[in-house]
Every structure is written in C-alpha cells, then in structure tokens.
Design a protein around this ligand. Structure first.
Ligand SMILES: NC(=O)c1ccc[n+]([C@@H]2O[C@H](COP(=O)([O-])OP(=O)(O)OC[C@H]3O[C@@H](n4cnc5c(N)ncnc54)[C@H](OP(=O)(O)O)[C@@H]3O)[C@@H](O)[C@H]2O)c1
Length: 282
C-alpha cells in the first residue's frame, strides 16, 4: 500500500476504508474483515457512527500486527471541550479494544474546539494518539485554527470528489503544510456518479470503472481517500487503483467536472448546524 507522510512525520496509507452509515454491526465487522483480507490497512470510523466496537472486533480477529494498521476515529460535537474530550477519546479506545489511535479528529467545527484541541495535544504528547487533526473545518476556520494552535493539525478531512474539488481548501493546505483527506470520494453515488460519461470514457482506456478513475484522480492530485463499501467486489475494485496512471490531460478534463458546491451539508447553514448540534451520541 502506497503511503504519504503527514506533517508530523507519521506515515498514512493513501487509501483506506470508510465506515460511515455501516449501522448494521455484523455487516460492518464483515466489511472491515474483508477489507483487511484484500489488503486495506487504514480504517476510518467515528464515535458518531456507532460502529467502533464492530471495527474493533474485526481488528481483533484479523491477527494483523497493530503497527501495520492505521486506525482513525473522531470526537463528536457534544464532547468537543477540554473537560470532555479525554473521556470521549478513552471511550473510543475502549470500544475499539486498542491502546492507542493512529489519528484522532475533531469531527465538526462546532463547540469549544480550541479547548478540545488542548486535550488532544495532551493525549498526543502522552503517546496515546500518533497524529491529531480536524474535519469539516471550512477555510477561514481552518486558517484561524492552524495559526492559533501549538501542535498543528495534520489533516482536515472534508467532502471532496470530482463534483466538489475544494480548490481553496487545497491551496490553504499546501500553504500551511497539512493534508486534505477526502470524505465521500465517490460522492456517495450522487449526480449519477457511477455512470458519469467522462469518468466512464477515461475508464475504458484503462479497463477501469468510473469509481476507480475518480479515486485515481484524487490520489494523483495528492488527496488520500477513504471510500466506503460493504460489498467485497466494490472493496476489491476500489483497492485496484495503483496499477495505472492518468495523463495530465485526463486529470485536467476531470478537473472540469467541478460544480464548486457541496452535495451534502454546508456547515455554515444555520439549519445544518442546529441539526448537527442536536445529534447526541450515547
Ligand atoms: N468527517 C466527516 O464528516 C465524514 C462525512 C462523511 C463521510 N466520512 C468518511 O468518509 C467515508 C467515505 O464517504 P461516504 O461513505 O460518505 O461516501 P462514498 O465513499 O463516496 O460512497 C459510498 C457509497 O458508494 C458505494 N460504492 C462504494 N464503492 C463502489 C463502487 N466501486 N461501485 C459502486 N458503488 C460503490 C457504496 O455502496 P456499497 O456499500 O453498497 O458498496 C456507498 O453507497 C465514510 O464512510 C466515512 O468514513 C466522513
């Protein structure tokens, strides 16, 4: 598995398995086990997904050495404060059956994120987390956060796919030296993603599917990806993106698919913020 080096020197696989909406826990455990079998080593979960324990079961059963794995989880809004973050982290560790995490992210740009960050810094310094970062931080929030924290975030995990290419976020990341990791790299199939004519046409040349072309476009653009699937055939397909190279002209053509807006929840929309803030995890 190809890797990139985060700004704190930690290596992270360019491809991982996302587990959002894997609410059937047996299905989640089976998907993570199948992914390990295929060769995935990065798993992205979150306390808010309610499936950390299922991911942990698959990890325990894999027999894989812990140091080969890269496990990410995330701190939900209600726990984003100095007082609550450490306990929430310990709960995630316990759910996963692990004694450290590779990456821990503040999930949303709400609540006392600076206070939460100080708690994450302490856990990082204590060796309980190898790298810390954020998710869904919009550009101005990210600039402020990066400038006014002691330990710098390694990652901002954000929505990114051919229809929403996040140019400004990528420029900020390049300027400050952190990594953008994409969520919904397949746009969750929205906008007829899997039959997009351009992705299909480029794919014909390489005997690859639109999903593989989109993932390859992201990898070659310096964006690590975490596509979600519970189907072994899709897991396998999404894994086979390292044996071909898109040309510069093809990358540029895919750049033209950019619609420059989110297909999901704009974090600055008051109703979205209200909905997110009212979602509590037990
Ligand atoms: N930080 C955040 O706020 C945030 C938000 C959203 C997501 N995420 C993370 O990012 C991960 C990926 O995003 P996502 O799950 O929202 O969307 P996604 O990975 O873009 O799309 C997942 C959808 O695509 C289907 N699929 C996967 N591979 C396919 C293929 N090769 N051909 C056809 N269909 C395919 C899946 O169905 P099947 O399962 O049936 O294959 C599923 O319906 C999440 O799982 C989560 O870990 C983070």
């Amino acid at each position: 598995m190809e890797k990139l080096t985060l700004n704190n020197g930690v290596e992270m696989p360019l491809l991982g398995l996302g587990t959002f909406q894997m609410t059937d826990l047996a299905e989640c455990e089976a998907a993570v086990s199948a992914a390990f079998d295929i060769g995935y080593r990065l798993i992205d979960t979150a306390s808010a997904y309610g499936n950390e324990a299922a991911v942990g079961q698959a990890i325990a059963q894999s027999g894989l050495p812990r140091e080969e794995l890269f496990i990410t989880s995330k701190l939900w809004i209600q726990d984003a404060s100095y007082q609550r973050a450490s306990a929430a982290f310990e709960k995630s560790l316990d759910n996963l059956g692990l004694d450290y995490l590779d990456l821990y992210l503040i999930h949303q740009p709400y609540n006392d994120v600076f206070g939460a960050w100080r708690a994450l810094e302490e856990l990082y310094a204590a060796g309980k987390i190898r790298a810390i970062g954020v998710s869904n931080f919009y550009p101005s929030r990210m600039v402020d956060f990066f400038m006014n924290t002691e330990t710098k975030p390694v990652i901002n995990q954000i929505e990114l796919h051919p229809f929403f290419q996040q140019q400004q976020q990528r420029e900020i990341a390049a300027n400050f030296g952190f990594t953008i990791q994409s969520w919904a790299p397949l746009a969750e199939g929205k906008n007829c993603f899997f039959i997009n004519p351009l992705l299909f046409e480029i794919g014909e040349k390489y005997q690859k599917t639109p999903a593989q072309i989109a993932l390859r476009w992201q990898i070659q653009s310096g964006i690590p990806v975490i596509p979600k699937s519970v189907k072994r055939a899709h897991l396998q397909e999404n894994f086979e993106i390292f044996d071909f190279q898109l040309t510069k002209a093809e990358l540029m053509k895919i750049n033209q698919l950019n619609q420059k807006h989110s297909l999901f929840n704009e974090k600055t929309n008051p109703q979205v913020a209200r909905n997110m803030n009212s979602w509590k995890i037990s």
